[in-house]
Design a protein around this ligand. Structure first.
Ligand SMILES: [Fe+2]
Length: 177
């Protein structure tokens, strides 16, 4: 096995958390779809697909390092929300938790001088900056545009362009390699 059992366990915990995040975003997308926030449901289903991609990155990493990726059961996620804003607040909170967990993983890799895992984790460090910025930018719109029905409609309709803008800014800040 190319990685320590402590690190393998920590990455399996991460797989479990990322799997829960996948389901949480599917549940939010489903609520948005039910209420009629079409732009937001598309946004959260895409977000769920990204989380699932993170799960797979960790699964491949563990399996290819000679460890065993453990696919977890997940708890039933929150299925109802008070407002559209509350869904994005839940998203930001989730991303902040993931950032902390990724930083913990980086800390373990550093402590063990596991350079390969450290480098592998850098992608997630950058990804989390982008994810937090994305949710913060969207939450800012509620302050700027408002919370009445027309504002909700405008925000719901603008999510795809907010995502595209945030992602392209993130890409331009990545070091060239
Ligand atoms: Fe993730």
């Amino acid at each position: 096995m190319r990685i320590s059992s402590e690190l393998a366990k920590a990455i399996n915990d991460q797989i479990s958390y990322e799997s829960s995040a996948t389901q949480a975003y599917v549940a939010i997308g489903s609520w948005c779809e039910r209420i009629g926030y079409g732009g937001s449901s598309t946004f959260f289903f895409e977000q769920a697909a990204e989380e699932n991609m993170h799960v797979l990155k960790f699964v491949h990493y563990l399996n290819n390092a000679g460890a065993e990726a453990i696919i977890p059961a997940t708890e039933k996620p929150q299925g109802n929300f008070d407002s559209l804003e509350a869904t994005f607040q839940a998203g930001l909170k989730n991303e902040q938790t993931v950032t902390k967990l990724i930083n913990n993983l980086v800390g373990i890799a550093e402590k063990e001088k596991d350079r390969a895992t450290y480098l592998f984790l850098q992608w997630f460090v950058n990804e989390q900056i982008e994810e937090e910025t994305l949710f913060e930018t969207i939450l800012q719109k509620f302050e700027l545009i408002g919370r009445d029905k027309l504002a909700m409609y405008q925000i719901d309709q603008s999510l795809t362009s907010i995502r595209t803008e945030t992602m392209s800014k993130g890409d331009s800040q990545q070091p060239a390699n």
